[in-house]
Write a protein that binds this ligand. Structure first.
Ligand SMILES: Nc1nc2c(c(=O)[nH]1)N[C@H]1C(S)=C(S)[C@@H](COP(=O)(O)OP(=O)(O)OC[C@H]3O[C@@H](n4cnc5c(=O)[nH]c(N)nc54)[C@H](O)[C@@H]3O)O[C@H]1N2
Ligand SMILES: Nc1nc2c(c(=O)[nH]1)N[C@H]1C(S)=C(S)[C@@H](COP(=O)(O)OP(=O)(O)OC[C@H]3O[C@@H](n4cnc5c(=O)[nH]c(N)nc54)[C@H](O)[C@@H]3O)O[C@H]1N2
Ligand code: SF4
Ligand SMILES: [Mo]
Length: 577
């Protein structure tokens, strides 16, 4: 008999699945549209951890749980850290936070992902109401700005058919090759482009004055701020021509426009400001007020849902976590040794921790370092429920098969709660709790009740007005070094599945395929084989997320707003090795 569930991965699309006679198939109806990406098509071929181990020796699950209980019992509560990331996006994954918070352990805060952009949205609009797929579908022009939909959000592609496409990305991605207009912008200069677009729109009298009068009355001051940019110098800095700016403006005026942003624009310390200035361009165009118009980014998958768990705890940052301040670190659904920035710092910090517990599906750099390894169950073998950060569907994820290996997050938490006398409700009560934030839509699917993006009655700021950026440092801090671009790979989901191994540069540097190359930043270096890719700019080195060692290059500084990692802040140099 076939059963329905959903893909558990950290992905915009949150596809729905039919599990039929041991096979994973796409649901034909709804946003999943009958296709899944390679991650799920090959999901069951991935080898998962089967047996727990302690100090390298295989042990039974009962022994592993006992060890975990002992380790926690023996550690001072304020020396326990629970570090959880996004290996599985099911809402029930948070159940372990309930135990650790109630027990008095420390949890994490901040973001390795979209936090800087989100902060920019909150500063400008007061809330992060996302543009839904249904609204994008109604648009006529789509600006794909720092998002790579063929790799990271392929279910968006059918909606882009027959629309005018503008792509702004330093890498000539597949969508860039199909675009009506492609701007191969220099990395980290989008804020300037967004400001110049607003400035020229203003000069051309293209702004939506009615909307600005009502909900963005500081737009004149923002226009003055954009005038502090010297045009010639700014165009050179961005590697964008005046003609291209004119083309964008002629393509978007009086059209239904969706600006679809990804995390690429905000992997920098000023990532919040970049997003806010893109939003400001949308405000000037009046996009927040019209059907089929708006700005799509990563919304919050938990918007519209109240957590049933106790998550009230002391927290430390996920970006520069001071692991060595703890005696026991419980790592769940995460591979911080690879995915956190500044891996050399992470390795040094973690090497000083007495007890590292890894609770995950796959072997990786972090499981290799852990003292106690506890295998999780994959989504097929446990009950869960999920929502998405790009659409409002809520999908049930009931257990669809049995396995003798691993343990679910709920069962592990229930064990710990019993051992330490902490109250926990039944698994089905929690799932019902999450379900109660949804309603059935016309097609019989569950949908979370979320605010539409339209901001028809103004923004969610104190005075309902959009808050424009007020200060901008126009200083040119350029150096001869190269930019690092570290985006998502089609073969992996961050460090899960098949991980990339190459360093990508274009042919102008005189290297040839498979030559060894070293990339160096002020934080560290990585050596790997080159692959030539002429879709890249001369001034960019591309190393995909999940490539072993890539984060030796990246900085553990935070974004100025949003407590987010800044993977592309520090520039790099290449050399033969
Ligand atoms: N296949 C696959 N899918 C995934 C993931 C994965 O690892 N693999 N990861 C998931 C996760 S965790 C997330 S957060 C999402 C993210 O999905 P996306 O938002 O699409 O993220 P990225 O691939 O990091 O970056 C998108 C684009 O930004 C461009 N970019 C880089 N720097 C700049 C810049 O300075 N300016 C501009 N304009 N563009 C720039 C990159 O070249 C890239 O094409 O994807 C999810 N989906
Ligand atoms: N250089 C560079 N670094 C990056 C990024 C980048 O673009 N470039 N992207 C950043 C972003 S956007 C993100 S979101 C982070 C992601 O960073 P992480 O959240 O650390 O992501 P993954 O590498 O996918 O590792 C997830 C782990 O979860 C485990 N897992 C999977 N399913 C389950 C489950 O059901 N239960 C349990 N207990 N464990 C499970 C798997 O074993 C896997 O190793 O990486 C960040 N790091
Ligand atoms: S596109 Fe995203 S949600 Fe859909 S199957 Fe692939 S990883 Fe899962
Ligand atoms: Mo992410």
């Amino acid at each position: 008999m076939s059963k329905s569930t959903a893909c558990p991965l950290d992905c915009y699309d949150a596809c729905e699945i039919i599990y039929d006679e041991g096979l994973i198939k796409a649901k034909k109806e709804g946003h999943t549209n009958g296709f899944l990406c390679p991650h799920l098509n090959h999901y069951q071929k991935n080898e998962t951890i089967k047996y727990p181990r302690y100090n390298g020796k295989e042990i039974s699950l009962d022994e592993a749980l006992l060890r975990l209980q002992e380790v926690l019992f023996q550690t001072q509560k304020d020396k326990i850290l629970h570090y959880r990331s996004s290996g599985n996006f099911g809402l029930m994954q948070e159940v372990s936070d309930h135990f650790f918070a109630s027990y008095g352990a420390t949890l994490t805060e901040g973001s390795l992902c979209d936090g800087a952009g989100e902060a920019g949205i909150l500063e400008g609009r007061g809330s992060n109401n996302n543009m839904t797929l249904e609204e994008i579908d109604k648009s006529e022009v789509v600006i794909v700005w720092g998002r790579n939909p063929h790799t990271t959000s392929s279910h968006l592609l059918p909606l882009l058919k027959d629309k005018t496409i503008i792509v702004i990305d330093p890498v000539k991605t597949k969508i860039a090759k199909m675009a009506d207009l492609y701007i191969q912008i220099k990395p980290h200069t989008d804020i300037r482009l967004a400001m110049l677009l607003s400035r020229f729109l203003h000069i051309e009298n293209g702004c939506d004055e009615d909307f600005l009068d009502k909900y963005a009355s500081e737009s004149e001051e923002y226009y003055e701020l954009t005038q502090t940019l010297r045009i010639k110098k700014t165009l050179d800095k961005m590697d964008v021509s005046l003609g291209q700016i004119g083309e964008i403006l002629s393509m978007v005026q009086n059209k239904k426009v969706a600006i679809v942003c990804g995390v690429g624009i905000q992997k920098y310390r000023d990532g919040a400001d970049v997003m806010r200035c893109i939003d400001a361009f949308a405000v000037n165009l009046g996009l927040f007020n019209k059907e089929g118009c708006g700005v799509a980014y990563l919304g919050s998958s938990k918007q519209g849902i109240k957590s049933p768990f106790n998550t009230d705890a002391k927290r430390v940052s996920k970006v520069d976590t001071n692991f060595s301040a703890f005696d026991t670190v419980f790592i769940q659904g995460a591979n911080p040794m690879s995915q956190m920035p500044n891996s050399l710092r992470v390795a040094m910090e973690l090497s000083q921790v007495k007890n590292i517990v890894y609770f995950g599906l796959y072997e990786n750099e972090t499981s290799a370092m852990a003292h106690l390894v506890i295998p999780a169950k994959s989504f097929l073998y446990k009950n869960d429920i999920r929502t998405s950060y790009s659409h409002n569907v809520m999908s049930l994820m009931p257990k669809v098969a049995d396995t003798e290996f691993g343990i679910s997050e709920y069962d592990l938490t229930a064990y710990l709660c019993t051992q330490f006398s902490i109250k926990l409700r039944s698994e089905s009560e929690y799932i019902e709790h999450f379900k109660s934030f949804s309603h059935e839509n016309d097609t019989g699917n569950l949908e979370v009740q979320r605010e539409p993006q339209s901001y028809k009655n103004g923004f969610d700021t104190e005075d309902n007005e959009f808050l424009f950026l007020e200060e901008f440092d126009t200083k040119n801090k350029d150096s001869q070094k190269m930019y690092i671009i570290t985006p998502k790979s089609a073969k992996s989901l961050n460090s899960q599945f098949s991980r990339e191994e190459h360093i990508y540069i274009n042919a102008s540097h005189g290297y040839s395929d498979d030559e060894m190359i070293m990339v160096t930043s002020k934080n560290g270096n990585i050596k790997a084989k080159v692959q030539i890719n002429d879709d890249l700019r001369d001034d960019c080195v591309l190393i995909y997320s999940g490539t072993k060692g890539v984060n030796a290059l990246t900085s553990s500084l935070h974004s100025h707003d949003g407590k987010c990692a800044v993977y592309q802040e520090d520039k790099v140099e290449i050399s033969k090795c």
